[in-house]
Each structure stands twice: as structure tokens, then as C-alpha cells.
Design a protein around this ligand. Structure first.
Ligand code: GLN
Length: 252
């Protein structure tokens, strides 16, 4: 078995270790004896989505998102078809925003792909902190780090998770990210996957199932360190005393 992972625009969209998500996808396949090929697509490259099994769209500053926008418009229809045909996508922060209709920054409106029925609008106070989610997809919490000026309004979409600690899509809705078909779109950097191996395996299993047409359950890996990293953050923010201290520190 083999999966091909397309890393879209690492020259522009690669904040806070998003590239680590690629390493994690690749290693967790290789550790199970499954071949992994990673193809980085620099802005302007032609992308043949029919050859891809997993697509990663990382985060970027407002400026980088503006630069990437014209390239995204050229691949819009192929990307949409890939998603509608159950292609697996992980979109993080700036990449998440660009899957929607638009991101209205302080100065301009950046047109998105319109694959998700969502919109994002900038507000002056950035939403920055560690974040813990309770996702309907998993029993284990999802942990990460968020840093965004955009507020994302997801309409009728299903959120990736309920915010246990942190701010999420708008800082007010109590929701974070979007799940749509085999797309996970989220504000969680960190990078997301090494601290959340369950999310990584979820994406890989769906990509393998789509490609090989049978239900696939990946064999477990010795994830003690990964689980420690995850529960260190999840437990820290479940501790009410700590949360209170953090909140006071942030607002004083
Ligand atoms: N530039 C976007 C924002 O600030 C996304 C930032 C990011 O990808 N971390 O909202």
C-alpha cells in the first residue's frame, strides 16, 4: 500500500510548525510498512489532484494568504472535485480560512475557494493561546495552539470540536473548526498531528479506505510519548486553578 501526500504551498503557508504535520503523516505510515510519498507544490505549480490521497494546506500571515489567493483560484474546481469525491484534507488556520468564501482582513477581502460555506472576518484582538477540544470524532481530547485575527463563522457546518479551553472559531461560539466529508479544517497549530496521533491515524485510515476501497484499521503504535504530550496539555487546562491563573494573567 502507498499514500501520496500533497503539501500545498509550503513556500507561503507554513506557520508554527505546520510542516510537522507532514512528517507525522509520513512517519506513521512508514512505521507500519506503508509507503509514503510527499509532493510539495510551490505556488504556481500544476497540481493533479487525482494523484493525491491526502492534502495539507497550512497557515499563513494575512500577507501570505493574499499572495496565495490567485494560485488557489486556478485550482479551485479541481480542489472542489477532490473534496466532493471524499479526498482527505487537513487545513490549518490560514488554510482553513481559505477553504471558505472569503477572509476580510483589516484592509482587503481575500477571496477563498468557497469549498466550505464559511466566512472569516478580522478583528483587532488576536485570539492566541493553547486550546483543548472535545471532538465528536474522538474519545481523546485534541490539543493545540491558536493564533489568529480572523473570526470564522461556520453556519450549518459541523464543528471539529467543542472548545474545552481556548477561544476557537470566533472566541464566542464555543466551537472550533469544521468537519466536512473527509476534510478537517481547524485553527490548531502546534503542529497539530504529533500531539494528536489519533487525528493523524483518522486521516490516514480515511485516505487508505478511499484508495483501496476496504475498511482499514491501522495497527496501534507505541504512542506513550505522544499521549503524554497530549494529556500534559489536556490535564493542565482541566485543572480549574490553573485555568483561572492563566485567565487572570491574560487579562491583567
Ligand atoms: N492570517 C490569519 C489570521 O490572522 C491566519 C493566521 C494563521 O494561519 N495562524 O487570522
Amino acid at each position: 500500500m502507498k499514500l501520496t501526500i500533497g503539501h500545498l504551498y509550503p513556500d507561503l503557508l507554513n506557520l508554527y510548525g505546520d510542516r510537522g504535520n507532514i512528517q507525522c503523516l509520513r512517519k506513521r505510515l512508514e512505521w507500519r510498512g506503508i509507503e509514503a510519498e510527499v509532493i510539495p507544490f510551490i505556488s504556481g505549480d500544476t497540481i493533479d489532484f487525482s494523484k493525491l490521497d491526502v492534502v495539507l494546506l497550512g497557515g499563513g500571515s494575512d500577507r501570505e494568504q493574499e499572495l496565495v489567493c490567485s494560485h488557489l483560484q486556478k485550482i479551485r474546481e479541481d480542489f472542489r472535485t477532490y473534496v466532493e469525491e471524499d479526498g482527505v484534507v487537513l487545513a490549518v488556520c490560514g488554510g482553513y480560512q481559505l477553504l471558505g468564501h472569503y477572509y476580510k482582513t483589516q484592509t482587503k477581502t481575500i477571496e477563498g475557494l468557497g469549498i466550505l460555506d464559511i466566512k472569516t472576518e478580522w478583528e483587532p484582538e488576536r485570539l492566541i493561546r493553547n486550546i483543548v477540544l472535545d471532538s465528536p470524532l474522538f474519545d481523546t481530547p485534541v490539543v493545540g495552539f491558536e493564533n489568529h485575527g480572523g473570526r470564522t463563522y461556520i453556519g450549518d457546518h459541523t464543528p471539529f470540536g467543542k472548545v474545552v479551553f481556548g477561544l476557537g472559531n470566533t472566541g464566542k461560539s464555543g466551537q472550533e473548526g469544521v468537519i466536512y466529508k473527509n476534510v478537517i479544517a481547524t485553527y490548531l497549530h502546534g503542529p497539530l498531528l504529533p500531539k494528536n496521533p489519533h487525528v493523524c491515524d483518522y486521516l490516514l485510515e480515511h485516505a487508505l479506505q478511499r484508495k483501496y476501497g476496504t475498511e482499514i484499521h491501522l495497527e496501534p503504535l507505541p504512542d506513550e510519548l505522544e499521549h503524554k504530550a497530549n494529556s500534559y496539555i489536556a490535564d493542565r487546562y482541566n485543572d480549574k486553578k490553573y485555568v483561572l491563573k492563566e485567565t487572570i494573567k491574560r487579562y491583567t
